[in-house]
Each structure stands twice: as C-alpha cells, then as structure tokens.
Design a protein around this ligand. Structure first.
Ligand code: GLV
Ligand code: GLV
Length: 323
C-alpha cells in the first residue's frame, strides 16, 4: 500500500503507517501544494490513501486524479469544509477527520483569546515593548472582567461544550447557547440556557464564541445585522472558520465602536486579512493555531493514520465523514 501525505506533519501517524509496512510519501515542499501540483502528484503515481490538510481543496478533479484504487482522503483536521463531500460520495471514496483529540487545545486557545481581549493583553504588550510604560497609572488599559458575565456559544459541539465547561467552572459565567439541537443534559450540568434564535445570543451575551462548522447555512452567520445587535461592550471570539463572520462588516463595527473588541484565530480569506483589520488595536489576531499544541497535533497525526489503516484493511474508519 502506498500513502501520500500532502505536507510534513508530526511523526506519530507517519510511523504508524510505516509500521504497517505501507510506503509513505511526504510532499517534499514545506508549503501548500497548488491544486495542479496535487493533481500531478496523484496522477503520476498510484496511491491507496491520501492524508490531506485543511489547506488542500479536495474536489471532484483531485478525487479523479487519485484514481479508483484510492480508498480514502484522511483530513488532518476536525473541520472538513475543504472537502467536497458530494464529490466524495459520487466517487465512492471515503473521507475522514480528527475530532476529539484537539478539543482541549482549541477550547484553551479560545479562552486564551477571550481573556486576552478582555484584559487587553496584546495591546498592553505592544505598549510596554514600545517603551511607553512610564509607571503605574489609575486609568491605564482598563479592560473588562470575564467572571460572572454572560457567554454566548454559537454551536454546541465538542469544542463549544468544552468552552462552556471552562466558562462555568473557571469563571462562573452564565452560559447561553445556540445550536441546531437543544441539549437538556448540558443545560442541567452548566445551568445553560438555549436560544432557538441566534439573534438572541447576539443581543444578550457579553462575550460570543463561535464553534459552528462552516456550511452553507453558517457562512456569514455573523453578519452586519447581528454584529449591530451586540452590546457596545460586547466581544466576539472566533476559533472555528473565518467565513462564518462577514469580516469586512466586523472591521467596520470595530472601527466605529459598535462592539468593544474581537479575537480571531481564523479569517475569511486566509491567509489574507480584511482591509483595516491589522491596524485595529481592539483585535487580537492569531494565525489559525488553536489546535497547535504538540499533544493535539501528534494525536491528529495518529488519528488520521488510524482512519487510513482501518479503510485499507476493509473496515469502517472511526471518523468517517458523511454528507
Ligand atoms: C482546524 O482548524 C481543524 O479543523 O482541525
Ligand atoms: C469539534 O470536534 C466539535 O464537535 O466542536
């Protein structure tokens, strides 16, 4: 069996595949392959599985290039909006993701961003480094406390639930949530309140954290209208997918004091940033690193490899994704 990995990843999964006796080919370029390069690679040789990244667009053309012997595209990510699932179904190939193993890392990063934007950590760091600190001042960098405030969670999957756990257990926050499904058990455990209409989250919460997958129904879910429903003192945090937020509308709102601040790990047109975003002081920007802990990334590597092994041994991969 021959496996293609589209870019070097941590070694745990690579070693597992090699221990199985599979031949593993890792792309020699330490960068995203262009679509044509990926098609070329897949046409030149015959691979039984492809381990791909969220930066690889896996569409009908790429799937065709891989040929009929290719059983699975195993995504090294929990999100799989980079894969055309309809084309996957039509080709009769499998696709998988890596849920669970990155939940702690992403929930922690979400809280790092939430605390940092409320306490103006990045802004104050820039100020201190620039040599502007002249001594303690009663009015210097007044921020917002998180404790006891209302957190609105958009999307109550594994990650959203874990963020709620930290919010409730760590900071005694009141938790509101929107999801396509109501979850009574979760509500009882965290005294959380369901809002069937996302608008109500935007109106009521002090902090809003986004944890929905990117789907047609969630693209620009955070639009100008909803941003304008938020409190003037409100903060928005996004560690899910950039296109869930209308980034230009957000820049406009942040410029004009419609909301207090935003902390973003993902962007609408990565790696580009919406015009004006970088210049704003009331934002924190991180380069899509919420899952980037040593432990999570090794576990994602292992999970992707296990999905491949199961598929190639004729069993159902544990993290098969379906339309
Ligand atoms: C990261 O964004 C992931 O989906 O794993
Ligand atoms: C990701 O694993 C999620 O379900 O939120």
């Amino acid at each position: 069996m021959k496996i293609f990995i589209t870019r070097l990843i941590p070694d745990k999964g690579i070693n597992l595949l090699k221990e199985k006796g599979y031949e593993v080919v890792v792309s020699p370029h330490d960068r995203v392959l262009t679509k044509n390069e990926l098609i070329d690679v897949l046409q030149k040789d015959r691979y039984d599985a492809v381990l791909c990244l969220l930066t690889d667009k896996i569409d009908a053309e790429v799937l065709s290039a891989a040929g009929p012997q290719c059983k699975i595209f195993a995504n090294y990510a929990v999100g799989f909006d980079n894969i055309d699932l309809k084309a996957v179904a039509e080709k009769g190939v499998m696709a998988s993701n890596t849920p669970g193993v990155l939940t702690d890392s992403v929930a922690e990063h979400t809280f790092a961003l939430l605390l940092a934007i409320a306490h103006r950590v990045a802004e104050a760091d820039r100020f201190t480094r620039a040599g502007k600190y002249m001594g303690w001042e009663p009015m210097l960098f007044l921020g917002e406390s998180v404790s006891g405030k209302t957190l609105g969670i958009m999307g109550l999957g594994r990650i959203g639930s874990r963020v709620a756990y930290h919010a409730k257990r760590g900071f005694d926050m009141r938790v509101l949530y929107y999801d396509v499904k109501q979850n009574g058990e979760f509500e009882k455990e965290f005294q959380a309140e369901f809002r069937a209409n996302p608008d109500d989250i935007f109106k009521e919460a002090d902090f809003i954290s986004i944890h929905v997958p990117l789907l047609d129904s969630t693209r620009h879910m955070v639009n100008k209208e909803r941003i304008h429903m938020m409190k003037k003192t409100g903060f928005l945090v996004n560690t899910s997918r950039g296109p869930v937020i209308d980034e230009l509308a957000l820049v406009d709102a942040l410029k004009n004091g419609v909301i207090a601040g935003a902390a973003l790990d993902v962007f609408e047109h990565e790696p580009e940033l919406a015009s004006g975003l970088r210049e704003l002081e009331n934002v924190i920007l991180t380069p899509h690193i919420a899952s980037a802990t040593e432990g999570a990334r090794q576990a994602m590597s292992e999970t992707a490899a296990l999905n491949i092994i199961e598929a190639l041994e004729g069993r159902t991969p544990p993290n098969l994704v379906k339309i």
